[in-house]
Design a protein around this ligand. Sequence first.
Ligand code: ZN
Length: 352
Amino acid sequence: MQVPGIHTLSLDSYNYSTYHPADQITNWMVEVALRHPDVVQLHLLGQTYEKKNILYLKIGNRSEQPKKIIWMDCGIHAREWISPAFCQWFVKEILQTYKSDAKVSRYLQDMDFYIVPVLNIDGYIYSWQTNRLWRKSRSIYPGNACFGTDLNRNFDSAWCSVGASRDPCSETYCGPRAESESEVKAVANLVRSRKADIVCFFTIHSYGQLILMPYGHPDKNASNFKELLDLGLRAAEAIKKKHGTTYRVGPPSSILYNNSGSSRDWARDMGIPFSYTLELRDNGTHGFLLPEEQIEATCQEAQAGVMLIVESVHAKYFSGATALASLWLTITASYSHVFHYSDLSHAIVIKS
Ligand SMILES: [Zn+2]
């Protein structure tokens, strides 16, 4: 199948160590879906204020069994260019390894990854064309002196109570009401409709080298605080092992600043057990203007952290019978040339 205008873009020569404008990322998404029809589907999440399509990639094997979902969105803040770069890197890694890596193969059997490479497309384009340091959306409301709502202050979780502003000219303007922004509504609608299946919610930002967990509001505490913290600390260890980069872990109210209306907190409110914000490199030397030379190492270490969390979440929901059945399939598929199915039947006892 050929799609006019995109067949000249070769996935094989796509450069994951450079920043790409929005239209190139869209073409890349189409190409990825066309190249991997067995495991990738391209879906419409919704539209931006300027009526641009927000697309996401659903990555996983087709299955008759109920599957869990891992969510990841990038580019909610326009100027954090390393974030969309990471979503693309993450997809590349999954697709390069799922056939050879038994773990990744099992993830795609049991779970679907929903990846939004650029959520705030209007803002992202504006940051490429007009103002490199633009953060917010590009919406405007009657009577407001300035453009843009901070999409990560517009979710319906303690909305606009702390660390957010009602001044439309502020960088952290929370919008006229919770979920006023079409980009936020698009995420919220999908997450609400699948909240029983989403087990992990990642939202990718820069900068600061942090793994943030709920909550940003100082009076709120996640019921699984310790579990979130322990897993976050293990992810930070995995990150450090890669290139020695230090990430700090905790709720924003403890290690960054109080905030409200973030997607991470809202996702936890919805009952999604694991919800994390990753603030990627660096610590302020370059800030939002992270040089392209650092994209690869930044993505490699973040990949290690995210995959550690994915592994742990997968083990939690697919241990016991399901995991064994899954392992069975992998073993029988891998060794079918050596063993007959019946040879293995005495070796694995499936417990319910
Ligand atoms: Zn951000």
